[in-house]
Design a protein. Structure first.
Length: 296
């Protein structure tokens, strides 16, 4: 049979399924097709199973899924707290238990290592041209130092207390590892920033006009940096001679300022090393220069 143009539209009306079959056979085929289609409950169950699988995969990869979202659930990055430098830098190259007054490094020594006070205390100082010592910083438990040096150490550091424990990190090795592990580079930067921040604090402290203001600022600094479990109770690891050197005043002036703060009810003293801050407000006012006092 020859297909003419007037017959072509008729082909579009032909349904391939059941073409040429009796009506009862076509009905049977339609019934079977309906049975093969998944029900609404089955589709919901499959969607739920697929979502639970996706949720498990996201949880294992460290993502958070909002509990009140639908199948298209929003994922949020897990917040990470910044690791402290001692975690980022890894295992130290060595650990040393120092004697009282033992030098950790000298002024002019090659800057081959960075350090951290594990326990105890140390003082950073410089020997001036006239031979006098000037304390620039007190290093307490957890403090890093030596990371901000260049080719050689400009200052010297020695242990204040017997039994001070110091961890040592090889700078060259850390710099090499930092090329492949950015976390180590971040650890070096954090340690250097901590070191520079302490020196800036001392510059502000030396800008105080009166001795009482300097001693008040020093006590607040020590309270902030103290590892004591009891708030506002400080055990000073350094002597009053060291405090006087650090504050650039005489030891007699330090003692008079402490006595004055005690009379004002700002502090309580138990010997020369134990200080209980009773009224932070008084110390803060002196630190802010709101009250006159004995000049240097």
């Amino acid at each position: 049979m020859v297909m003419t143009a007037d017959r072509l539209p008729l082909l579009n009306q032909v349904k391939p399924r059941g073409f040429g079959l009796p009506s009862h056979a076509q009905g049977e085929i339609a019934r079977i097709a309906r049975e093969d289609e998944p029900s609404t409950d089955d589709r919901a169950s499959r969607q739920r199973a697929a979502f639970e699988k996706q949720r498990s995969a996201m949880a294992s990869s460290g993502e958070i899924v909002k509990p009140d979202a639908g199948p298209r659930r929003q994922t949020l990055p897990v917040p990470r707290q910044e690791d402290p430098p001692e975690v980022l830098l890894g295992t130290p190259a060595g650990i040393t238990r120092c004697r009282r007054g033992q030098q950790i490094y000298c002024q002019g020594d090659p800057a081959e290592h960075g350090y951290r006070i594990v326990s105890g205390a140390a003082r950073r100082f410089v020997i001036q041209a006239d031979g006098r010592r000037r304390i620039l910083d007190f290093l307490l438990s957890g403090d890093f130092f030596g990371f901000a040096s260049t080719d050689e150490h400009v200052f010297a550091v020695e242990a204040v207390n017997a039994g001070t424990i110091v961890a040592r990190y090889g700078l060259r090795q850390l710099e090499t590892l930092a090329d492949s592990d950015p976390r180590i580079g971040q650890g070096i930067r954090n340690a250097s920033t901590q070191e520079i921040s302490r020196l800036k604090t001392r510059f502000l402290l030396l800008g105080q006009i009166t001795a009482s203001a300097k001693v008040s600022a020093f006590l607040l600094e020590m309270a902030y940096r103290s590892s004591s479990d009891v708030a506002d109770r400080i055990v000073l690891p350094m002597s009053r001679y060291d405090i006087a050197d650090y504050l650039a005043i005489s030891v007699e002036t330090v003692s008079r300022a402490m006595t004055r703060l005690k009379r004002q009810g700002a502090i309580m003293l138990a010997g020369t090393r134990r200080v209980h801050i009773v009224d932070r407000g008084v110390l803060a006012e002196l630190d802010a220069g709101k009250e006159g006092g004995q000049r240097n």
